[in-house]
Design a protein. Structure first.
Length: 288
């Protein structure tokens, strides 16, 4: 006649594990007690079973038990999973950010990359720590400062190592047809060059009247000559050299090419493929 009795487990709030939005919760399955049948172990759980990974939020659970006479007893309990979170981070101006896990939870790591023409200052990666503060320093992207006052071409190229690709365009005179065609073709493609982290270096004329230029920065004639000698570029004919971020001479062009052809070549580089994934996730594209 009397219904059985059952007492549900009492579980305090749980915190998600580092780097996760879940935590494993374990409890002992309760037993029913009946005046006629004694201990009842055939209980039914409604909800997520013990030893499972519970996601963030409130989970309502219940156990039900019947005695042999069909009398029913039930109990309810809740499990709340909380996530420790740091204050949110945002991509720096002229850069983008990629985070794992949920982006701001304890243990999450955020990595930063700057767009073409900008250098990363501060921490390239930051981790949400147990004290709910971010490791490292604030991350910013500052315009790349190119020192054209260095003494050697090697020192000039070292400034671009692992940061920028170089397209060195050399011509005997500014009136050279190939040079003029190439520069006219690249002018509307500046966004694509920046997207691919390409810096254009122009070497025009023959020594001692040659001029070197990186956008609006003028290279001393001696440095421009050294650069030609280092990259084995002839002075009296048109030539372009594509150098990757590791300083490796990847491609030489004795004649002008279109921006599309240049971009197709660069997009085959393994490092560039990784960059493309990050840029796509950040929505960084060129309209044209």
């Amino acid at each position: 006649i009397d219904p059985p009795k059952i007492r549900c487990p009492t579980i305090k709030d749980k915190w998600a594990e580092p780097g996760k939005l879940t935590t494993r919760v374990t409890w002992d399955t309760p037993e029913g007690v009946d005046t006629a049948d004694g201990i009842l172990t055939d209980v039914t759980l409604k909800g997520i079973p013990s030893k499972s990974d519970f996601p963030e939020g409130l989970h309502k659970m219940s156990y039900t038990v019947f005695d042999r006479a069909g009398n029913k007893a039930s109990c309810r309990f809740t499990i709340r999973v909380r996530v420790r979170r740091c204050s949110p981070l945002f991509p720096p101006d002229n850069g983008y950010m990629k985070c794992d896990s949920n982006g701001d939870n304890y243990g999450a790591t955020c990595q930063f990359t700057c767009t073409g023409g900008y250098e990363l200052q501060g921490s390239a990666a930051r981790v949400c720590q147990s004290g709910l503060s971010w490791s490292g320093l604030d991350t910013t992207c500052a315009p790349m400062n190119i020192n054209v006052g260095v003494r050697t071409a090697a020192a000039l190229l070292d400034q671009f190592y692992e940061k920028r690709r170089l397209l060195v365009i050399s011509a005997p005179t500014a009136a050279n047809h190939n040079y003029r065609f190439q520069m006219t073709n690249l002018q509307p493609a500046q966004c694509g060059l920046d997207l691919r982290h390409v810096t254009v270096i122009e070497l025009v004329g023959t020594y001692p009247a040659q001029v070197g230029r990186i956008r609006h920065r003028v290279l001393p004639p001696g440095l421009a000559l050294q650069l030609r000698l280092l990259l084995q570029i002839p002075q009296r004919s048109f030539q372009m050299v594509l150098v990757d971020k590791q300083g490796i001479d990847k491609q030489r062009y004795p004649f002008p090419i279109t921006a599309a052809e240049l971009f197709t070549t660069i997009d085959t580089f393994p490092l560039r493929k990784d960059e493309m994934v990050l840029q796509q996730e950040a929505g960084q594209t060129c309209q044209s």
